[in-house]
Design a protein around this ligand. Structure first.
Ligand code: LLP
Length: 432
């Protein structure tokens, strides 16, 4: 949870820093990452595995949630590896100092160039499909050591979350279909590939524990089959990420500890029953590590009241820095950082500044009276905000800072107007 409090000026303080002052210093919008909160979440995962699992384990941070060097460096410093889905995310993890044996490369359409890059770096490849398997086997001929891979299988486990972020059901674009698993095992057993295990990911922002309780039972059959029939000695089982977080009061996700305990219990029971040694257990949370550890601060602009219907208050960002409300109808909580204990006297809708009616960050939220220039903060914006940010309407991407013990440091510079033109070219004939 965020290390936040209301200070003696009645302002919001995060990581010991006054948020209104931070916005004065760094400008707005501003992503503010609470380092202690992120480290605590990493420790909770690690400690829970140590307590509830007898075998080896490794937590990987799903860096798609927020890939930048500082976040990768913090989680790696806490002993986590990194799950990546592109050469860009590999580069980010490596420049942050992550050893390549802790980098696992995902994705359903990795290019040859990306595969080469990842193999040269020494990453483990989580193979998604036949096309990739064939490509890798070809590339293996160029390599001095056998590529280290895992196989992503579609477990056929459903969960209740937004349709766009379900991935474990059979009709998913990710992973090998259960029907082709034997053929895949047969191929791999004859190949140059060093296959160390299997992977499944069910979905994201999941509040139920049952799907993750069941995953061990589904995966163990394939582990067994691989060993007994194809002589593939798997040692690693990766059960993906997916634990949800609280965005609004009514959200009630299980704790990190409860989730890990459930996973460990399910896997342990399944492997013991099948008479197999416990695998090295990997998981790859993104949202539950970084999501609640960050807030976005905006400056309030004007407002508009549509009589008897609603009052809009506008902020200086919107769907470009947080595309989740418009994409998934996600809900968020907000506050006015300048007056934390003021009475909540109005119901307002917080609108972004983009040229789209749908660019609304929060609908119908209770806030105190607001004035232009106030600092409005939206909570739990660490996951899938910066990483999904765009330059829509040519807005520069915001800066991000990390706060800890009353100190703040820049982790991502604010884009400038000139940055926006960095890749524009004006052909000769169009120049004035
Ligand atoms: N592993 C794999 C293979 C994944 O595809 C994902 C998320 C994760 C791990 C991490 O899942 P998490 O622990 O963060 O739930 N943009 C969407 C979420 C997309 C999730 C994609 N994959 C959102 O903003 O809700």
């Amino acid at each position: 949870p965020l290390t936040a409090k209301t200070n003696s000026n009645d302002r919001l303080e995060v990581g010991g820093c006054d948020v209104v002052e931070l916005v004065r210093q760094y400008g707005s919008p501003l992503y503010i990452l609470d380092e202690v909160s992120l480290r605590t979440a990493c420790q909770q995962y690690r400690d829970a595995f140590a307590q509830h699992y007898q075998g080896a384990s490794q937590v990987l941070y799903a860096s798609k949630a927020w890939s930048c060097m500082a976040v990768c460096a913090i989680v790696n410093n806490e002993g986590l590896g990194i799950d990546v889905v592109s050469a860009g995310e590999i580069l980010t993890a490596m420049r942050a100092g992550t050893p390549s044996d802790l980098i696992y490369f995902h994705g359903n359409n990795k290019s040859l160039d990306e595969l080469r890059y990842a193999l040269d770096a020494g990453c483990t490849i989580v193979v998604d499909n036949w096309y990739e398997l064939n490509n890798l086997n070809q590339l293996a001929l160029e390599q001095t050591s056998n590529p280290r891979i895992m196989l992503r299988l579609t477990p056929g486990i459903e969960c209740h979350t937004h349709e766009y972020i379900q991935t474990g059901h059979i009709d998913s674009k990710f992973g090998f279909d259960p029907n082709e698993i034997e053929a895949v095992f047969a191929f791999v057993s004859q190949s140059l590939l060093n296959c160390v295990g299997i992977h499944a990911h069910i979905g994201s922002q999941i509040f139920e524990l049952q799907p993750h309780q069941d995953i061990g039972g589904v995966m163990v059959q394939w582990f067994k089959l691989a060993g007994e029939k194809y002589n593939l000695k798997f040692s690693e089982l990766n059960i993906g990420g997916g634990l949800g977080i609280r965005y609004v009061e009514s959200d009630d996700p299980p704790s990190i500890e409860a989730w890990v305990q459930t996973v460990c219990q399910g896997v342990t029971e399944a492997f013991v029953k099948a008479g197999l040694p416990l695998p090295k257990l990997l998981c790859e949370p993104g949202r539950s590590l970084v999501g609640s550890s960050c807030i976005t601060a905006y400056r309030v602009g004007g407002s508009k009241t549509v009589p008897d219907i609603r009052t809009y208050i506008t902020v200086d960002g919107g769907m470009s820095d947080n595309p989740r409300p418009i994409t998934y109808q996600s809900k968020y909580r907000a506050a006015i950082a300048d007056r934390m204990s003021a009475d909540l006297t109005q119901t307002v809708t917080i609108a972004g500044k983009h040229c789209e009616s749908g660019d609304v960050l929060i609908k119908d939220i209770q806030l105190p009276e607001t004035h232009p220039g106030d600092t409005l903060v939206v909570f739990a914006t660490g996951a899938y905000n910066y990483s999904m940010a765009s330059n829509y309407n040519r807005l520069p991407k915001p800066a991000a800072i990390v706060v800890r013990n009353g100190e703040s440091s820049l982790i991502i510079k604010r884009e400038t107007r000139e940055d926006l033109l960095r890749h524009d070219c004006l052909p000769e004939g169009l120049r004035k």
